[in-house]
Design a protein around this ligand. Structure first.
Ligand code: ZN
Length: 133
């Protein structure tokens, strides 16, 4: 499988302060913000060409991003790979013994189908598979 890094997800406490910070860092404006109700997050996206940065802020104090920050602090949360056929790739990874965090692709940020792979079998890195809808 020829994986392409679609984006890197970064958990932040507060988008209001992190958006200007990343605009300064990357020298490019945040081009989109999006609230994902199913994941209890607000997202903000940067860069658009080869890859993206996705900032994630929890909308719920007991949401997954809030819990992640409680445990590990702000920082890198996941790497997302674009795959041509997410269902096939999920099947392949399941057969290889990886644990998928959702049984079917779900609708994620940026108009994509997504599936997460449990970090326990990936050296602690949460992996997101995504495919454009
Ligand atoms: Zn993501």
């Amino acid at each position: 499988m020829d994986y392409k890094v679609e984006h890197i997800g970064i958990a932040v406490k507060n988008l209001q302060t992190s958006i200007p910070l990343f605009e300064k860092l990357l020298g490019s404006p945040c081009y989109k913000t999006e609230k994902i109700d199913s994941e209890e997050v607000n997202t903000a996206f940067f860069l658009q060409q080869n890859s993206k940065i996705e900032l994630l802020e929890s909308t719920d104090p007991s949401g997954v991003i809030a819990k992640f920050i409680d445990k590990k602090g702000e920082g890198m949360h996941h790497i997302a790979f674009e795959v041509p056929n997410i269902v096939e790739e999920m099947e392949r990874l399941k057969k290889e013994g990886f644990t998928l965090l959702n049984e079917r692709p779900k609708i994620g940020a940026d108009n994509k189908w997504v599936c997460f792979v449990h970090p326990k079998e990936t050296n602690g890195v949460l992996i997101e598979l995504c495919q454009s809808r």
